[in-house]
Design a protein around this ligand. Structure first.
Ligand SMILES: [Fe+2]
Length: 352
């Protein structure tokens, strides 16, 4: 299937851009109203095929032949949105992921996900009405070797309403907050953050990240749970009534520098974990997450509100169409999920 072209798309031949070789005759750049310009580059870069592709195999061949080109573009733009490729199913997506040749990374965390095929999973099975706030994938993992530097999303079934995967260039958040809330940033730099979470034994899809703890840790053995919580999340565990598991993890740095550009990514879970109940110094029974300064004191509500506004002002939300792909540099770009009206099937592969 070939997706219909956006009505107001304007095209630009990438082959005209200096230093880009013959590979670029395979892609055309288009523009959508939702894009932004960040650091002088379009964000995200949006590409369509510039050749006739009649099958998923043909698309996979194109991706295989141009994976280095796409890596280069990902470095420059932080995210690439790909439209009009003939991809229908999770199997088609899996072919493309394999063709790119980027090693897959197993998911470690508590988002409820379902394996579809190979290294392809549903993005998140939680309550469609829940907004999943902006985050870097697996930002709480302490072992860099387990961390995915690239994420690939695929739209198998577009939502009938909402359901975008909003993205934002992460260092824009850090830069804006340093100007707007300098004391907040100074304190984060000094103390870092602690995260709280209470996991049930069986997954609770009312929440965005409450997979059952036996699945999260791959075991029912309390001692192994304790060891893996420490090894994966630098977390201490406490068993609660009802077979629930309370995790206190960190401290984690709130920002992180990748590469040599000197930019600080807003590399934390404040917006996904914060709630009013964090003010009480912990999570409550009706909101099983919390985030605190490294000394255990609550975050100031006005700074969190400033943070929320900055995210929304800088977000790019492109409505999904069937067959769309989006590749994200997980070190530079945060993503989330807007609430939606089912059905919606967005798949993801985590890669190095
Ligand atoms: Fe995510």
């Amino acid at each position: 299937m070939i997706c219909s072209k956006p009505a107001e798309a304007e095209t630009k031949d990438l082959a005209k851009v200096k230093g880009e070789g013959a590979a670029h005759s395979m892609f055309k750049e288009i523009r959508l109203a939702e894009q932004r310009i960040v650091d002088g580059k379009v964000f995200p870069l949006i590409l369509t095929p510039n050749v006739l592709l009649e099958s998923a195999d043909a698309a996979a061949n194109l991706f295989e032949a141009n994976s280095t080109f796409l890596e280069q573009k990902l470095k420059e733009h932080g995210a690439i949105f790909l439209r009009e490729f003939p991809l229908q199913s999770g199997e088609d997506f899996d072919c493309v992921v394999k063709a790119l040749g980027w090693p897959s990374v197993p998911y470690i965390g508590s988002a409820p996900r379902t394996q579809v095929v190979g290294s392809v999973y549903t993005a998140n099975d939680s309550n469609p009405q829940a907004f999943i706030n902006f985050h870097h994938e697996m930002a709480q993992i302490i072992d860099d070797a387990s961390w995915p530097s690239r994420l690939i999303f695929f739209c198998e079934i577009p939502p009938s309403e909402g359901g975008q995967t909003p993205i934002i260039v992460s260092h824009e958040v850090t830069q804006s907050l340093r100007k707007q809330c300098p004391q907040f940033l100074q304190r984060l730099d000094k103390q870092g953050l602690l995260y709280l979470k209470v996991l049930p034994k069986e997954k609770d899809c009312r929440y965005i990240s409450l997979e059952g703890w036996p699945v999260v840790f791959g075991t029912n053995d309390p001692r192994e749970v304790q060891e893996r919580a420490k090894a994966n999340f630098n977390a201490r565990v406490e068993w609660l009534p009802g077979c629930k598991l309370r995790l206190l993890s960190g401290p984690f740095e709130a920002t992180r520098k990748f590469g040599e550009d000197g930019q600080s990514a807003w590399f934390n879970m404040i917006m996904t974990y914060w709630s009013e109940s964090s003010h009480g110094g912990g999570n409550s029974s009706d909101y099983p997450y919390g985030v605190l300064f490294g000394d255990g004191s609550p975050l100031p509500q006005d700074a969190v509100e400033a943070c929320r506004k900055i995210h929304e002002e800088n977000s790019v939300d492109i409505p999904w169409q069937q067959g769309d792909l989006m590749i994200i540099d997980n070190s530079r770009v945060m993503h989330g999920r807007r609430a939606y009206k089912p059905p919606r099937q967005i798949l993801v592969a985590l890669c190095k």
